[in-house]
Design a protein around this ligand. Sequence first.
Ligand SMILES: NC(=O)c1ccc[n+]([C@@H]2O[C@H](COP(=O)([O-])OP(=O)(O)OC[C@H]3O[C@@H](n4cnc5c(N)ncnc54)[C@H](OP(=O)(O)O)[C@@H]3O)[C@@H](O)[C@H]2O)c1
Length: 384
Amino acid sequence: MLYREMGKTGEKISILGFGCMRLPIMGTYDRIDVEKATQLLDYALEEGINYLDTAYPYHSTETSKGGASEVFLGDYFTENDRRDEVYLATKSPTWLLEDEQDMDRFLDEQLKRLKMDYIDFYLLHSLKEKQWYHLEDLGVFEFLDSAISDGRIKYTGFSTHDETDFVKEVVDSYQWDMCQIQYNYLDENIQAGSDGLQYAAGKGLGVAIMEPLKGGVLADYVPQEVQNIWDGAPVGRTPVEWALRYLWNIPEISVVLSGMNTMEQLQENLKIAEEGLSKSLTPEEMEIMDDVKQVYQGKISVECSRCGYCMPCPSGINIPRCFSYLNQAEMLEDYSEVKNQYYFMLKDFERAGNCLECGLCEELCSQNLPIREQLRNVEKKMGN
Ligand SMILES: NC(=O)c1ccc[n+]([C@@H]2O[C@H](COP(=O)([O-])OP(=O)(O)OC[C@H]3O[C@@H](n4cnc5c(N)ncnc54)[C@H](OP(=O)(O)O)[C@@H]3O)[C@@H](O)[C@H]2O)c1
């Protein structure tokens, strides 16, 4: 296993991290198959994986919504003596934080579930611009400072699916140790993007990558044109190998988290990680990846440059974000995953269906886009 430093913490983290959001499941709900999940973790640790990522809501049981991933990890480390071999990351459920006491209350509950007296990396989960200022008002920085001083957590971080400018603002707001962002070869200009990644790393934060395969889409759905390019490459690699190697090629990335729910996936990703050196892809290989990106990007229907000139919309619609979600869905020819994000990230009034067709945006658009028509298209494809 190769290891990299988690930013300024200097902690040596395995370049492949184990995502505990997609553990093997059985029966109804997303009930963890404990036997299989235990086998995977045993194997992962034996092979040198030392970074585990979970969160307050991951996995449910018949009787509880959420929390089962933390409980599983707690039981796992109670039954062996390996807690000190790993870095355990979990996250505060920021959307449930209503008053100041909630931050301590959730952290204490998580420590209880995990049956641990400290957490290595404690992240504010899924930060969004729309609730960030509320967290600041609650005194989130003072809470993090106190949790470090009393030893309940060692390092701080945040995860987010929000956009670059917001990521930069959050990076600059506190002395974070790390951040976790969605990134893969199709996301260079989406969410934090390359710009956000480099900014965070430049400020000394370790960078953990989530959704390196776009939640499995880059493995499960490969358009024929893309497969033809992979087949024509001088080196034979699976789509998963290309996607992971692309990430490890970037020196600023500390750890790539993968949700591996079978032994085959774990073994394949471990094997790929053996060659996950930074700056190891040749210029020719990068060109191949550019060709693949171009195929995906050729499927984009709205050439929005996200300049924001069209904003603010009198109805409150977040026009660039609506187009960004539509483009993502069309590139992947898969609406279900992106549609979830569209509903999760945008407020009701920010979605395309609220367009009153006033046309002010079209007068301002730097690309002369038929915005009203395209918003109707977003509503048709993404609306319920
Ligand atoms: N903070 C947040 O808001 C947040 C959000 C998302 C994720 N995360 C964390 O980041 C971790 C990684 O994200 P992710 O689980 O979305 O990662 P991902 O690697 O993009 O997607 C995981 C899926 O990829 C597929 N996969 C993995 N390895 C494969 C292989 N070798 N061959 C074929 N398919 C393979 C599996 O799909 P199938 O199940 O279809 O086989 C697996 O469920 C999560 O587990 C979680 O811990 C955090």
